[in-house]
Design a protein around this ligand. Structure first.
Ligand code: NAD
Length: 307
């Protein structure tokens, strides 16, 4: 089988070398398309691929249409909103992600962003400490849980969380308080760390109604996706509440306007950096290669997302 790794933003060399070793050991072949500048190059490369590994590359219905032999596509990472799942399903292609492989990298960044904002973006002046503050975890998945653990065990923060799909007992076992409603979460959080996936339900769902409930001096921390924010309403609430801050790993569409209006109260990493560590890169790449080989060998679909 031919496994294509198509990455506009390449993996670390160790991830490519490791993936090649896994794929070849299983008797398959690895092809590489890196730093492509035109989607036509992607179309040509995928034409004879049986399996595809991507990072944030968009796997559209057009890509799927050019991939006549494709059986499986794996997004090396957690969020899979770059895959057209309906097109995959219609073409009989199994779509997977590699959950958990980059969670620690993202969690560490979320905490780093909290410190950066609490210390006024390292400009002169008096900052605040994380100790004793409350962090609200919006979605208690792989990243959310790690942020909770670092915040609680490393910084002595109180942790509250909201996730309708995770039992309160599981959070309680971690020393985390499950709150009954999303409104209660925002109302109690000095730092609100966002970890919801971008879905039809969550897109644009974080806006005035929730952010305006946050306590005085609170900070909204977004290492999830920009699409979950209602930007017009965020601008409105930041204008109304001069004490609130917004920090994000995924620059808003209206970032220039946010910076101009609110200066040091907002910050975006210059490019998405949550999963950009050598460790996460390697973990996710190798997991993708292993999942593909296992799928071809045993039919294992454990991480399928288009069921
Ligand atoms: P995960 O799948 O482990 O966890 C997602 C959690 O969201 C689950 O616990 C689920 O129950 C919960 N959830 C789903 N819908 C919800 C809703 N409507 N309300 C509340 N909770 C809901 O994913 P993860 O690894 O923790 O990653 C979370 C998100 O972070 C990803 O979807 C991705 O968009 C983003 N991410 C960003 C980066 C980055 O580089 N900044 C890297 C990895 C992931």
């Amino acid at each position: 089988m031919k496994v294509l790794v198509a990455t506009e933003k390449p993996f670390a060399k160790a991830a490519v070398d490791g993936s090649r070793a896994i794929v070849e050991k299983a008797g398959h072949e690895l092809a590489l398309l890196e730093k492509y500048t035109d989607v036509e190059q992607f179309f040509a490369a995928v034409a004879d691929a049986d399996a595809l590994i991507v990072r944030s590359d968009k796997v559209t219905a057009d890509v799927i249409a050019h991939a006549k032999k494709l059986k499986i596509v794996v997004r090396a990472g957690a969020g899979y909103d770059n895959l057209d799942l309906a097109a995959c399903t219609a073409a009989g292609v199994v779509a997977m992600n590699t959950p958990g492989q980059n969670s620690n990298a993202v969690a560490e960044l979320a905490i780093g962003l909290m410190i950066y904002m609490s210390r006024n973006q390292f400009t002169p002046g008096t900052g605040r400490e994380l100790k004793g503050k409350t962090v609200g975890i919006h979605a208690y998945g792989n990243v959310g849980r790690l942020v909770a653990m670092i915040a609680k065990n490393g910084f002595g923060m109180n942790v509250i969380a909201f996730d309708p799909f995770v039992p309160a007992e599981k959070m309680a076992a971690d020393g985390v308080k499950a709150v009954g409603s999303i409104e209660e979460l925002y109302a109690g959080a000095d730092f609100l760390s966002l970890h919801i996936p971008a879905t039809a339900e969550t897109k644009g769902s974080i806006g005035y109604k929730l952010v305006s409930k946050m306590p005085k001096g609170a900070c909204l921390v977004n290492t999830a996706r920009k699409e979950v924010i209602n930007e017009a309403e965020l601008l409105e609430v930041l204008a109304e509440r001069e004490d609130l801050k917004y920090v994000t790993d995924i620059a808003a569409e209206r970032m220039a306007e946010l910076k101009e209006k609110f200066g040091n109260r907002v910050f975006a990493t210059p490019k998405k950096q949550g999963a950009e560590t050598a460790e996460a890169n390697i973990n996710a790449g190798l997991a993708a290669a292993n999942q593909i080989c296992d799928f071809f060998a045993t039919g294992n679909r454990k991480f399928q997302v288009n069921k």
